[in-house]
Design a protein around this ligand. Sequence first.
Ligand code: AHR
Length: 357
Amino acid sequence: MNKKLLFNFLAVVMLASLILSACGSAPTEAPAAPAETEAPAATEAPAATEAPVTAGLACAPNCQYSDLVIGFLQTGSEGGWRAANTASFKETAEQLGLTLKFYDSQNDLAKQVAGFHQFIQDPEVNVIVLAALETTGWEEVLQEAKDAGKIVVIEDRRIDAPETLYSTYIGSDFALEGRKAAEEMCKLLEGSESKKVWELVGNVGSSAAKDRGQGFREGMTACGIEIVNSQTGNWSATEGKQVTEAWLKESKDVQGIFAQNDEMGFGAIEALKEAGLVPGVDVKILSVDATAGAFKAMLAGELNVTVECNPLLAPQVYEAALNAANGEELPAWVPSQEGVFRSDDPNLQEITDGRTY
Ligand code: AHR
């Protein structure tokens, strides 16, 4: 009898331990790979182990605009476009009731990076908005911002950094603007035997300058435009004028000027007039931005075309910041909608009257 009891007890213990080991232990072998698994392509998206760009703020999923304290790193104040961009951020912040801390980088990259660090260390700031002076050199600060739990939104100028380090980029397709500019210059120089063009370049390290230049070069081959001079005017009317004056001293054999922004176009117009040439007639002038000043110059017949670059980005940027705060995943890039305006537009006066920047 005792033997039988002992046998039964041992049998129960063995059965129980078998069941437990089957339920709790890890499989001893890795599962076989599916027969048709393909090796990942070299260009594949970042590893899935990377933490999501924004896990949202503590207020998620009910964050309101009043919960946002935004540190905005502006490039500087180089002209009408930038003034409109800055005003858009300040006015919209007031309308929405969010707190804006504004930092003027004064077109100095070292200052902009210092400002970035300042916002990372500021415990009140939960969102950083960057209008980058240069495309490169951002990875380290972006990683620091991410580690500190800050949301980063890139506005206006795209950067060369992994998309996993920021929430989204809201801004123009600068390469498209360059291609549109080339297409318009081709039309302006149609029938001209010689198609020599001078290019006034923006700040050379910026995405706006690089991509507009590249887009223009892609488009200009369609009609045989030749860029014979290309130099930076740093987005400024004064420098645009100085560069054009220096070129005019060497030669007046030029049929078109492609100014990468309106301000440099205004400088070129002044230089041409002082050299006894008629801007818009003797030399076709094309610029980018479509600010109120460009419309006035077109009404005066001195500027032929302006390609639009939209500076009123704050409503989209703030909305994106709020969505990121609430833990939403955002598209890597939201391009702005933009047009082209020509001096022979029959509605030019009306458009000019409605232009607020
Ligand atoms: O990034 C946009 C460019 O920056 C504008 O075309 C120029 O005017 C500004 O400074």
